[in-house]
Design a protein around this ligand. Structure first.
Ligand code: SF4
Length: 352
């Protein structure tokens, strides 16, 4: 698994990076021994999201607003709205960007056709595609060059899938889950490889691969995991808390693939109920009826402040201080996109 430095203590732990909300004296008094909060770790921002958000922030600082961003820079409403207030303008495609303006491509990646369209309009571009998505693009190009049929496991319509498929449209076909396998037809069953979107459910993807291999026994695996370290780590962590939780609350937006997967994984691994919320305002008080243990986690595009708001909500309703359950430590960092590094370096040189 890429980027995972170690697997920490597998048992519930109370220490961790995130300061869990300390309930007020009154709330603590209301809390009973049975009302617990289990906080998954890792959760929240991954290295690719952090890099993409910092890219927009630094571009705004350096170039001044407006800075155009093609699609949501990451799939989180709070992040997008915060950047909009600072002068970012989110567009669906490059033809909405004025000629010559600066546009940033999101963490989910873009097809080569998008780069070409931007070039035709003489746009200045910064590519904030997560390096782990770029890795999948390169795999697609390589297998297409070797004339393989590429079975891309992913969700139809997701931006990342559109970007990867755009690298080799004549060689790639989408497989949207195990039930899609029966429709797959290839040219030569001895030259078939599967790749995947980075933010899928690990278990469901393995089931899709199992069915594909039944159909195509010579199916090749990707050179390394395409489901990224952050997606895998957050799923391992939510499995651990789900087993002990009556309810799991996943903080994340509805278009965040990895957040939606966390809800599914929690339900498959023992949680009686699991819900996704963008913000504490979306929590329905009725979800807490008869609930002793609440698990909390967040998708890879979610700022920690939104998780802390949820913990405060629970604390106000008599739940005890969150116990952090650590299943892995993460320390992966990506450098900023090369176009931005070049601009910042030139600015430093001109000031010197
Ligand atoms: Fe990159 Fe994974 Fe984060 Fe997506 S979820 S931005 S692939 S690290």
């Amino acid at each position: 698994m890429e980027g995972v430095t170690q697997t920490a203590d597998q048992s519930p732990a109370t220490s961790g990076a995130a300061p869990a909300t300390d309930p007020s004296g009154a709330a603590r008094a209301r809390a009973t021994a049975g009302k617990r909060v289990l906080l998954a770790a890792p959760r929240g921002y991954c290295a690719g999201v952090d890099r993409a958000v910092v890219t927009v922030e630094k571009a705004l600082e350096h170039h001044g607003p407006p800075v155009y961003v093609r699609k949501q820079i990451v799939h989180n409403r709070h992040v997008v709205e915060t950047l909009e207030r600072r002068g970012a303008i989110f567009v669906d495609d490059t033809d909405e960007v004025p000629e010559g303006a600066l546009v940033i491509f999101s963490a989910h990646g873009v097809a080569p056709a998008v780069h070409e369209a931007a070039e035709r309009r003489q746009l200045r571009t910064i590519d904030a595609t997560c390096p782990l998505v770029t890795k999948v693009h390169k795999e697609a190009v390589r297998f297409a060059t070797d004339d393989f049929d590429i079975l891309l496991i992913g969700h139809a319509g997701h931006e990342e899938v559109e970007g990867t498929a755009g690298e080799a449209p004549s060689h790639i076909q989408l497989v949207d889950g195990p039930d899609d396998v029966e429709h797959v037809v290839v040219r030569d069953p001895s030259r078939v490889v599967w790749l995947s979107q980075t933010t899928l459910s690990v278990d469901e993807t393995m089931e899709t691969v199992r069915r594909l291999r039944e159909k195509f026994p010579h199916l090749q695996d990707p050179p390394s995991d395409d489901i990224c370290y952050a997606t895998q780590n957050r799923q391992v962590a939510v499995k651990k808390i789900a087993r002990e939780s009556d309810l799991v609350i996943v903080v994340g937006s509805s278009n965040s693939s990895n957040s939606v997967r966390l809800v599914e994984v929690a339900l498959e691994h023992g949680a009686r109920a699991a819900h996704r919320v963008d913000h504490r305002r979306e929590i329905d008080e009725a979800w807490l009826d008869g609930v002793d243990a609440v698990g909390v986690t967040s998708g890879a595009s979610v700022p920690e402040v939104l998780v802390q708001d949820v913990l405060a909500f629970l604390s106000e309703r008599g739940y005890g201080q969150a116990e952090e359950v650590v299943t892995a430590e993460e320390d992966l960092l990506f450098s900023l996109p090369k176009e931005l590094r070049r601009d910042l370096k030139a600015a430093r040189a001109s000031q010197a």
